[in-house]
Design a protein around this ligand. Structure first.
Ligand code: MG
Length: 324
């Protein structure tokens, strides 16, 4: 091993990629809601503080879903009261319905995310209503959120495959996405909820959006690393013009629909690739890795992130190899 800093990759910019990417950090919400251990609220507050200090611009903080469905995030109201909001950092929250919106407004949130399904089966299982009926549920939430001046993101789940239906038609995804954008979503995150996408599928999906005259500008991507494809899929999305990528610090969250430790794309793995490509993101990798190593200790299990594992919880910038 040479004496160079192994805590950062060498930079080799590639053509046809965005100069800057917004990392939408979902670890505190999507990550922790899928961990079996419920983390104390003070630990969540410190996690959010540390992520903000590491330079992450968007922290999806929690979910105002009924605690019966997501007991790990039952402290959403309390958490928002304790949160110290860093300057310039956005703290969106997940909101399932009007009751959730009421709680979010009472907590003083400025951005919400709603979650929709690209398939009938998942709409029935996750939302307890049909594919078409879900849009009727979102309509008053969006109307009231926009009237209150909130930013609204839409999540679209099962865009690349569904565990009950198998393949999902690209045209159906584009159609559902268009409906959500027409309802007023400012941004739409295309979710590979079971992690089965491959780069050609991602390229075909985004090409279909273009052919349907749906701009790539409001699109984000949410890949799961269940089959080791998340970074390859992310790169395919960046080549297609996407510049907002969801990821979870330390790869928190596992995969709720597969017996796999690897679920959400790890933010560290994303940052490593973006650094290597010379794409701006604003995140301090060393601070982020130390944060995820700390959170792994809170959860009592190692991070599935390759970069967190490779750096041993700290980079050579602060600790030489062997001393981490
Ligand atoms: Mg996820």
């Amino acid at each position: 091993m040479t004496a160079r800093d192994v805590g950062l990759p060498d930079r080799y910019p590639a053509s046809g990629l965005p100069a800057q990417v917004t990392i939408w950090e979902v670890g505190p919400r999507d990550g922790l809601q899928n961990e079996p251990v419920t983390v104390p609220v003070q630990v969540k507050v410190e996690f959010l503080d540390r992520l903000a200090a590491a330079g992450l611009p968007v922290l999806e903080a929690t979910s105002f879903v009924h605690p019966r469905w997501v007991p790990q995030l039952a402290d959403a109201d309390e958490l928002f009261g304790l949160l110290s909001r860093h300057n310039g950092v956005r703290y969106p929250v997940l909101v399932p319905n009007e009751r959730g919106l009421d709680r979010a407004l009472a907590a003083g949130v400025t951005e919400i995310a709603i979650f929709a399904s690209a398939t009938e089966s998942f709409a029935q299982r996750n939302l307890n209503r049909g594919f078409d009926a879900q849009f009727a549920m979102f309509t008053p939430v969006l109307r009231r959120a926009k009237a209150a001046g909130l930013g609204v993101r839409g999540y679209l789940s099962m865009c690349f495959g569904d565990p009950w239906e198998g393949a999902v038609a690209i045209e159906q995804v584009v159609s559902a996405a268009r409906r959500l954008l027409e309802l007023g979503c400012d941004q739409l995150s295309l979710g590979d909820t079971i992690g089965v996408a491959t780069p050609g599928h991602v390229a075909a999906m985004l090409d279909a959006f273009g052919r349907a005259d749906v701009s790539v500008d409001p699109l984000a991507v949410h890949f799961h690393d269940t089959y080791g494809q998340a970074l390859a899929n992310t790169l395919a999305a960046l080549h297609a013009g996407v510049s907002c990528v969801d990821s979870s610090a330390g790869g928190l969250g596992g995969c709720p629909y597969a017996q796999s430790a690897t679920g959400n794309l790890a933010t560290e793995d994303l940052v490593w690739m973006l650094d290597g490509l010379g794409i701006e993101h604003g995140v301090n990798l060393d601070a982020l890795v130390r944060t995820s190593a700390w959170m792994a200790a809170q959860l009592g299990k190692p991070s599935p992130s390759r970069v967190v594992t490779a750096l041993g919880g700290c980079s050579r910038a602060t600790n030489p190899p062997g001393q981490c």
